[in-house]
Design a protein around this ligand. Sequence first.
Ligand SMILES: Nc1ncnc2c1ncn2[C@@H]1O[C@H](COP(=O)(O)OP(=O)(O)O)[C@@H](O)[C@H]1O
Ligand SMILES: [Mg+2]
Length: 216
Amino acid sequence: SHELKTPMAIIQAHAEALSEGAFHDEVMGPKFVDALLRNSERLNTIVSSMLELAHLESGTYDLFLSMYEIEPLIENSIELFQDTDFEHSYQITIDVEKDLKAYIDVQAFSHIVHNFVENAIKYTSRKGIIRVKGKQTDDGVRVSVEDNGPGIESKYFSRIFERFFRIDKGRARDEGGTGLGLSIVRNMADAMGAQVGVCNSELGGAEFWCLFPNVH
Ligand SMILES: Nc1ncnc2c1ncn2[C@@H]1O[C@H](COP(=O)(O)OP(=O)(O)O)[C@@H](O)[C@H]1O
Ligand SMILES: [Mg+2]
């Protein structure tokens, strides 16, 4: 994929420059080494995500589906975000119906929630309000993550789950984005027989949801 070529070309160019003498340049030396590091990290992120996607698409991804209470799982998947220094700049609330259970794989479910919340934080720059909801509907158990960020234009609602799709490539790249997060999410949901989608949130930003079918 050409997504791999950019960081690879940058690594190659900087390594060459270093070996051709920049290594001894007090100013450029450290800069080039820094660029090497940043781009190899980026390459690493992309390759790991691509491998995960390939694993999912191969159909050999192991799932253990059962009925689980979801509120504790949601709490665990966002624990990490509540520990960070950024806490002052956003607020996450959880609003899940009491004792709500869904037919899920714990790891895949947690991954989806984690990813939605990570995006909500990432794309909601200041004073973020993030709400995770869970409720029983006629169609199944609906889990959603809403934010008060910039939201998503409706013309992108389905494209957003395509691999490597990002609305603002430059910005997403600065944030370390690969555009693979949501395609992994969609594949995991598929594997569980769940649906995913996005709509406008009453909070002003985006609302990403996942619907787990009722099992009887
Ligand atoms: N909560 C959100 N608010 C606004 N835009 C979002 C949100 N979540 C995802 N996006 C958009 O969807 C794109 C794809 O998301 P994702 O697959 O997770 O890739 P990335 O690695 O860029 O985060 C993002 O680049 C961003 O443009
Ligand atoms: Mg993401």
